[in-house]
Design a protein around this ligand. Structure first.
Ligand code: ATP
Length: 577
């Protein structure tokens, strides 16, 4: 039977203004207002799968369309690239199921494995290399922040920080030098209290902002996990001696094509959309007038049988990606890598993720795939990762790895003849150069993107009629505007309806235009605030006299009067439409 996913608490933990945002409260709002529902909700849900309600579906569509517009149709907002020319990209849409050889060539069959450990008692499963997140104090096990808080308040025993490493020295080295690990753990600064040797009791001093403590470091070497696993407490119960040795587990879902279910008919659901692009590189070059450098972008569903789906939609088993593969000459690839890395960061900021919750993290050398000479992640500080960050998008310099792999496996030439390069011939034209292009891949997750937008927008202010509301950026907000008659009589509903019609005609394809005549005006504003509607227009007695309406700004609550006829232009300017 399918496992079920945890429900948000019935009464969500209150979020204090200015304090950390409560994930339970955010999940409850998402359900209450129709942003996100558990898949198969009436059957208790299915772990790792989430559906979008009316507002969530439109929010995600707006996000997808913003990506499509700014990455494919008008890439990088019409800017010139490092080659001094306008950036060019084309779209593609490819199947979830591809020829099995695609996944052999891409390395997913052999390499898309995680070392897994099972808890024999609870049947729970987790990634062995996520052991870095486990900490023990006597028999007590908890995330580092809780543990340090506890130690600080009780003056208790020294916490032990477990790191997968071959020696204590390497464990400390990893803690000190791997920024990703530090971010995951929420560590601001960390210093070694003992020399980087394999001394029996190595210590580090950890600063997590409001918490500072010394930790003992326990190294658990990957190859010898088998023997040490008995010493590692279960992440589910804290018990020792209940974990199995790590085993490889492929994350790809599979099914069968046709009537016969056997190895020959076995096919995989794609774990990423990118490979569909690589296999059509030649078709796109042959069928369009694109010339290197250019990009091919697509959006679509991907599937990963994540061992521990968690944190709401952040780690799901079915999710949507928006990926661009940008092909260029090897000599220009570093410039293009920097170009896309910086643009992607700007882009996320432009739709509302401004501020210190968004960071760009360049991967350490030890994190890079063997073929990559640079990868950066755009990371957001979600309430469940705080004070650490979680990946929203990865921007990778993939070299010519993918095209070379597909060329080898398919035996189809995937090189490119560049007529703008090579020696200059006597007639002034170029001799041309044949090469396999390098590729820069900005790969974003739309579900993580939508979740980050919701978390960032979620605001608590008990002094307002709606103590919880969403400050969604107008470009992605699912409701673009609301129109209210102050009272449901005296000709006001008719004027309001006419205005709503005009707004619908102009903005209806970008989001909802709501009307609401029920209850007090304050309650109506509150309903709209909670759904993230940026502007409400109210038709009142004065409107009938002077043809003006009140417009209220969601974020400030400020109201001003503008001409009835001016409303569509006024709104269009603010929505950027
Ligand atoms: P992670 O390290 O968090 O598993 P990843 O590095 O494997 O992510 P990529 O393969 O780079 O992720 O995929 C590109 C993007 O797809 C990610 O940045 C993320 O936004 C999204 N993504 C990947 N896995 C999931 C998932 N299980 N659920 C939701 N989104 C995902």
């Amino acid at each position: 039977m399918a496992d079920t996913t945890p429900q948000p608490a019935a009464t969500p933990a209150p979020t204090t203004p200015g304090g950390p945002k409560s994930m339970d409260a955010i999940m409850a709002l998402c359900k209450r207002r129709g942003f996100v529902f558990q898949a198969s909700d009436i059957y208790g849900g299915i772990n790792g799968f989430w559906d979008y309600g009316p507002l969530g579906a439109q929010l995600k569509k707006n996000l997808r369309e913003a990506w499509w517009q700014d990455m494919i149709m008008n890439p990088a907002w019409g800017r010139k690239g490092p080659n001094g020319e306008r950036v060019r990209c084309v779209p593609l849409e490819t199947c979830i199921i591809q020829h099995p050889k695609v996944w052999e060539a891409s390395g997913h069959v052999a390499g898309f494995n995680d070392p897994m450990v099972d808890d024999k008692e609870t049947k729970g499963r987790f990634r062995a290399d996520h052991l870095q997140g486990l900490y023990q104090i006597g028999d007590y096990e908890s995330p580092l922040a809780d543990l340090l808080a506890r130690t600080a308040s009780t003056g208790g025993a020294v916490p032990v920080c477990t790191v997968v490493a071959s020696s204590a020295g390497e464990a400390i080295d990893q803690l000190l030098n791997t920024r990703k690990l530090q971010k995951e753990l929420g560590i601001r600064t960390i210093t070694s209290r003992t020399p980087l040797t394999d001394s029996t009791r190595p210590f580090v001093s950890v600063d997590m902002g409001n918490l500072k403590a010394d930790c003992e470091v326990l190294a658990v070497p990957m190859p010898t996990l088998k023997s040490r696993f008995a010493e590692v407490p279960s992440p589910f119960t804290g018990k020792k001696g209940v974990l199995t040795e790590p085993r490889q587990f492929n994350l790809m879902f599979f099914t069968y094509t046709g009537a016969v279910f056997n190895e020959e008919s076995k096919v995989h659901l794609r774990p990423e959309t990118a490979q569909g692009i690589f296999v059509h590189f030649k078709n796109v070059v042959d069928s369009t007038r694109v010339k290197i450098p250019f990009g091919i972008g697509n959006t679509g569903r991907s599937f990963r049988n994540e061992v521990t789906p968690r944190n709401f939609t952040f780690r799901s088993r079915e999710f949507e990606q928006a990926e661009l593969e940008f092909f260029c000459h090897p000599d220009e690839s570093q410039d293009w890598y920097r170009f896309w890395r910086d643009f992607r960061m700007e882009w996320w900021r432009s739709i509302g993720l401004a501020g210190e919750n968004l960071i760009l993290r360049e991967h350490e050398k030890d994190e890079l795939s063997h073929y990559s000479c640079g990868t950066s992640d755009v990371e957001y500080r979600f309430p469940f990762t705080a004070p650490g960050f979680g990946e929203l998008e990865g921007i990778a310099h993939r070299g010519n790895y993918d095209l070379t792999q597909h060329q080898t496996h398919s035996k189809v030439k995937l090189d490119y003849f560049d007529t703008t390069r090579g020696e200059t011939l006597p007639n002034g034209s170029k001799k041309g150069e044949r090469y396999i292009p390098h590729c820069i891949e900005p790969a974003a997750g739309l579900d993580r993107g939508a979740l980050a937008l919701i978390c960032e927008a979620y605001t608590v202010d008990p002094s307002r009629p709606s103590p919880e509301f969403l400050k969604l950026h107008p470009r992605v907000a699912p409701i673009k505007a609301a129109v209210f008659p102050l009272v449901d009589k005296d000709g006001m509903p008719e004027v309001a309806e006419k205005l709503a019609d005009a707004l619908f005609a102009r903005f209806g394809r970008h989001g909802f235009i709501e009307t609401d005549a029920k209850q007090s005006i304050g309650k109506r504003y509150a309903r709209m605030d909670e759904a993230g509607c940026p502007y409400c227009f109210t038709v009142d007695g004065d409107t009938l006299k002077d043809q003006t309406v009140t417009v209220r700004d969601r974020d400030t609550g400020r109201q001003e009067r503008i001409g009835l006829d001016a409303v569509p232009a006024w709104l269009g300017e603010r929505l950027g439409l």
